[in-house]
Design a protein around this ligand. Structure first.
Ligand code: C2E
Ligand code: MG
Ligand code: MG
Length: 717
């Protein structure tokens, strides 16, 4: 310590005393200043910032006690040592001096030879204390910033002392200083306390350091996650720990972030239910558990009936809302289960009674029932799920009646691995769907063959799109009055790798289920346009060709653009392409279909309603649609010559269509009698085996050329 720099303030009303003190201290290398009463001392204190104050007790104006008390209130006044000079044996003054904040005292008469030693010692002690305070502040700041704290446990005394930050993390008053070790353990969350106690006992027993993560509960109940690193800092001769030191780190934020990540990874954001990933993990655990304990499980695949229609007619927002409500209902009905089941599987809080419900995506949900006794159990749950949806759901002010189909597979009866179980539950669900809305179905082995076949077909169909395995056949359309060919219809076939050429009814319904109709239709439109252009190039007189579009396609916003683009690509007039759609387009999202139909009509592409009479067209809708013709379904045509009902229907359709200024085309005309009947009733055109079967493009072109040569025009004899 560099004494020369230290400035001592001497406060004494006795000039002689001051002089002597000053002389002594200066000789010892100190700098000095003087004040002759308390008021002057305070002034000097502010201006000079002395390192130590030597103060007489009794002084005029302001005595030493008052001065000391005041001095302590000044900025920086706390850390300056103040040494009071009291009378010998004046115990009262000494006590008073400490009360007002004096650091130490020396008695008068002053022992001059030791004064400077005394002063030097005081300075050193105060520097050490200041340093300590400073360090402690730094440590405390560091702990606060790092969300850390430290503690020490004196095992023999059974007490734990902790830093202010540690107390804050433990959620206890930092003024406590120390706690009995039992009390200390009460900060730990009750579910973790046993684990923490064991770790501590082991550390004490063996003298081993350890680290542990657990939760703490603050007085007010707030929950925190902490990481503790605990070291043994003192052991007895037997190696047992007698003193432990711990660093506690508040990892609540990290845990929250982890939880957030977990939620994102494991839960469906829309419904808040577990997602496929979490479900699969739970299923793996449940299967292992059931295997160990010889229990049964049930897996239920739930698929909403006609969900797509909600999405299509009310929009995706409504669809989402519906799924949320359905998810809540299904999970509510699972929660309410007081089945004869008990769960031993830790399902991570996402389950009810050990049963789990998850959303697999789209309108598919899945339920896992733990420890079912028998099929009756599972059946009653399935029934419960189905009936949970019996009440209508209100979405965007619409009351919707939703139903679901449920497929049930059980472990171990219907499969012992999760893939098989899931697949079989899925298969059973499809069976339930086939049986009508709102049903449930147990998996049954016989299903396997047909389900497998269906699955295989779907796979092949998907590949067919990529491999271009489709071909178009063309069937002429003939004007009944003139007998001329006025158009053709393109009809798709699939060149199946094993089964040969398949008609549309064998794969179009499956394609619709597998969402493949749109790519297929895009191919059809492009192929037809390419073909018309090629025929034109070969000198054939161009005729319009109609393509069949499945209803969902007319709702594709991009359809008009697609059509326009393809026509432009082949430099074709739009009048050469026609589109046939069935009446079912009117059932789903008529507005969007209508908008698209109008845009197509504006382009000049004619639209006709196919299979007319089989659906439930409302005339008012038909009137709004910009259609050019109706195609009467062949089921009416078949018996017109013999069945008076069919004859009446056809007559009515023709009259009605004409009143709406639509052309009428009869399909499936096979006999001359049928043709004559239709002609007599004023039907405009017909299509059918009578004139020609659908044939491949090359054959169709040959037939057309032949007709052109024979008649100079495409006319029927
Ligand atoms: P559609 O549009 O009503 O086509 C007429 C169907 O009747 C065709 O069957 C055709 O071969 C058949 N047909 C024509 N004349 C006669 C006849 O005199 N007697 C009988 N009994 N049948 C006749 P196909 O080719 O099997 O097509 C069936 C249905 O598949 C079509 O009915 C159409 O709805 C659909 N379809 C055809 N091609 C496509 C396509 O490219 N896309 C889509 N989405 N559907 C298509
Ligand atoms: Mg058609
Ligand atoms: Mg038809």
């Amino acid at each position: 310590m560099n004494t020369e720099r230290h400035r001592i303030l001497i406060v004494d009303d006795d000039a002689g005393g001051r002089r002597l003190t000053r002389a002594t201290l200066m000789r010892a290398g100190f700098e000095t200043s003087e004040a002759c009463d308390g008021a002057e001392a305070l002034q000097a204190m502010r201006e000079l910032l002395p390192d130590l104050v030597l103060m007489d007790v009794s002084m005029p104006v302001m005595d030493g006690f008052t001065c000391c008390a005041e001095l302590r209130k000044l900025p920086g006044g706390q850390r300056v040592p103040v040494v009071m000079m009291t009378g010998l044996d004046d115990v009262q003054s000494i006590e008073r001096a400490f009360e007002v904040g004096a650091t130490d005292f020396i008695t008068k008469p002053i022992n001059w030879p030791i004064l400077s030693h005394r002063v030097r010692y005081m300075l050193r002690a105060s520097a050490a204390i200041n340093q300590l305070n400073h360090n402690q502040r730094r440590l405390s700041n560091a702990q606060r910033i790092g969300e850390m704290g430290d503690w020490e446990w004196d095992v023999r005394q059974g007490r734990v002392s902790a830093s202010e930050q540690a107390w804050r993390i433990f959620g206890r008053d930092s003024g406590l200083g120390a706690l009995e070790d039992d009390q200390f353990l009460t900060t730990v969350h009750e579910e973790d306390v046993e684990r923490v106690r064991l770790a501590c006992e082991r550390a004490i027993e063996n003298g081993d350091d350890f680290a542990i993560e657990h939760r703490v509960v603050a007085r007010g109940g707030a929950l925190r996650h902490v990481h503790q690193q605990v070291e043994v800092i003192e052991q007895d001769e037997l190696g047992r720990a007698v003193r432990l030191a711990g660093a506690v780190h508040d990892i609540t934020r990290r845990k929250d972030a982890e939880e957030q990540v977990r939620r994102l990874a494991y839960f469906d954001t829309l419904t808040g239910l577990p997602n496929r990933l979490l479900f699969t993990e739970q299923l793996i655990k449940a299967v292992a558990h059931a295997e160990r304990n010889g229990e049964q499980l049930a897996i239920m695949f739930i698929d909403l009936d006609d969900f797509k229609r909600v999405n299509d007619t009310l929009g995706h927002g409504a669809g989402d809302d519906l799924l949320k409500q359905i998810g809540a209902r299904l999970s509510g009905s699972i929660r309410g289960l007081d089945l004869l089941t008990r769960s031993g599987v830790d399902n991570n809080g996402s389950s009810n009674n050990g049963h789990t419900i998850a959303r697999l995506g789209g309108d598919e949900f899945i339920v896992l029932l733990n420890n079912v006794q028998d099929a009756v159990d599972a059946g009653s749950v399935a029934r419960r799920l189905v009936s949970a949806l019996a009440e209508p759901v209100t979405v965007l002010g619409n009351e919707l009646y939703v139903s679901c189909s449920v497929g049930v597979a059980t472990y171990p009866g219907d499969g012992t691995d999760i893939e098989t179980l899931l697949m079989n539950a899925d298969t059973a669900m499809y069976r339930a769907k086939e049986g009508g809305r709102g049903g449930f179905q147990f998996y049954d082995r016989s299903m396997n063959a047909s389900a497998r076949a269906r699955l295989q077909m779907e796979t092949l169909l998907r590949r067919a799109v990529e491999r271009n395995e489709f071909v178009l056949h063309y069937q002429p359309r003939v004007d009944l009055t003139s007998g001329r060919i006025v158009g053709a219809e393109a009809l798709i076939r699939w060149q199946h790798p094993e089964r040969g050429l398949l008609p549309p009814k064998e794969f179009i319904p499956l394609a619709e289920e597998a969402h493949l109709v749109i790519p297929i239709a895009e191919w059809v439109i492009a192929e037809v346009c390419r073909q018309i252009a090629a025929w034109q190039g070969n000198g054939l007189r161009p005729i319009p060709v109609a393509v069949n579009l499945a209803a969902p396609h007319l709702r594709e916003r991009e359809l008009p653009e697609l059509v326009e683009r393809v026509l432009r690509q082949h430099a074709l007039p739009s009048s050469l392409l026609e589109i046939e759609v069935t009446e079912s387009i009117l059932m789903h999202d008529p507005e969007l279909s209508l908008a698209n139909a109008r845009r197509l009509a504006e382009l000049g592409v004619k639209l006709s309603i196919d299979d007319f009479g089989t659906g439930y067209s409302s005339l008012s809708y038909l009137k709004r649609l910009p259609i050019a013709s109706l195609k009467i379904d062949q089921s009416f045509v078949r018996d017109i010559a013999t069945d008076p009902d069919d004859a009446a229907i056809i007559t009515a359709i023709i009259a009605m269509a004409h009143s709406l200024e639509l052309r009428v085309v009869a399909e499936g005309v096979e006999t001359e009698a049928q043709r004559l009947f239709l002609k007599a009733r004023g039907c405009d055109e017909f299509q059918g085996f009578l004139f020609g079967h659908p044939v491949g493009a090359a054959e169709f072109a040959r037939a057309m050329t032949r007709l052109q040569h024979q008649h100079g025009a495409l006319a029927l004899a």
